[in-house]
Design a protein around this ligand. Sequence first.
Ligand SMILES: C[S@@+](CC[C@H](N)C(=O)[O-])C[C@H]1O[C@@H](n2cnc3c(N)ncnc32)[C@H](O)[C@@H]1O
Length: 497
Amino acid sequence: MFDEVRQYFNSSTSRAARARIGQFLTPASIARFMSSMFEGRWRKVRILDPGAGAGALFSSCVEYLVSRKERPNSIEIVAYETDANIIPYLEKSIRWCESLCTSAGTSFHGEIKVKDFISSAITETEENLYSVPVELFSHIIINPPYKKINGQTPMSKMLHSAGIEVANLYAAFVWLSMRLLETGGQMVAITPRSFCNGPYFRKFRIELLKTTSLRHIHVFMSRKKPFGDDNVLQENVIYRVIRKSQKPKFVTISSTEGVDFSRLLSVRIPYSHVVHPDDKDAFIHLGIETNLDLKNMMERFTASLGDLDLEVSTGRIVDFRAKDYLRKSPRRGTVPLIYPCHFQNGFIKWPVESGKKSNAIVSTDETFNLFVEAGYYVLTKRFSSKEQRKRVMAAVYDPARTNTSHVGFENHLNYFHRKGKGLHSDIAKGLALYLNSSIVDRFFRIFSGHTQVNATDLRKIPYPTYEQLVRLGSYVDEKMPEQDTIDALVEKECCCE
Ligand SMILES: C[S@@+](CC[C@H](N)C(=O)[O-])C[C@H]1O[C@@H](n2cnc3c(N)ncnc32)[C@H](O)[C@@H]1O
């Protein structure tokens, strides 16, 4: 029934209209899988479904709970939803659950709250002199709306005053849901996996891992398949957490290509491998069985950037702020301004006259401290599009090719340097070759759910030793070798060391 409702909704409303309210309904097979992740025996069940859509999630949860041998004595549902068009379907789902429970001899109560979940949950959970203790939930099942939260909107101010700082609505929904979970209660959520790393979700991650015990993460290996026809491109994960501060010893990490859960791969990984105990950014590493070989290979690279005396920073020239100083072509008194469009065959080709971007920036007292001295640098693109084959794309800045005393790197790039200055040419070439390898790209995808490559991420990956980098660099002449050669060279380094 839910897949028909979903199909009907998807065909009768435009994708843009659904995106505006963050409405991507869960296919029935995923809803069933999510419900089956709940564990334990419960006599009295209270289910919360915030942003319930047509009710696919709570319905499959009820179906699952009453089909078990140890079925609950009572089930109560609270479903929040703001889209008036979908409410009739939601009401139908409540009636369906009621009939299921009646047949199973389980008492039932269902309530639909046609209200904004964010403001209701904030009001319900805020503590003041007059607040009445709110009734918490034993089960929360959630596929929240996904939408960026912009800085100065009433929504972001309201969240900020409730102590919630997030970049996307989905994280606000999950954060508030955690507050509504009783001690020992469980939440199963499906969201983009972008929260697993990166600076924008740091506070959310820390709160999630502090308040709850992470038990199971399911990864979809294919970006399109889970919500296929809905064209939701985010990489999704499903996770089950229990509200308690004690950390588990192991986390189950499972994966499927798409929605064929009969072909599920599953491993139990020590919690300390998933969330490293000394990682103050609390990255969540999704090392799955299919990637274990890769992990083993990467473990052969033992150096950190600190060991190599290298640093990585984001390009300091934000072009729209420096508009008055930008020049299409180089001339006297300017220095090269390097953008991602200057990447060519693993090196920087400059100038590129045919493009839209400026090639130069005027050197004045205002701009001078944004430049670096000429030298060999390794540059990586910060943004890749979803369609691009690789996330990590590196190129060498060879000073002999521009022949100027200074250079400016634009903010869409990260650059590797040694104390603000250039690297030895062999190290730069070896590092760019290593970063361009498929194994680094695959490794990067394990812990990064989004298409951005932040400097923080680049600081966390393992690097070859100084000697290995020199060796790799010796294979790079005037241009990067072909991808197959790069991969063979890097794999040889991790097998033979
Ligand atoms: C991603 S959809 C998921 C729907 C349903 N849970 C499912 O899995 O099929 C999110 C739902 O949240 C609703 N929604 C968006 N903003 C909301 C808000 N502030 N409060 C309550 N519901 C909201 C949308 O209308 C949409 O139906």
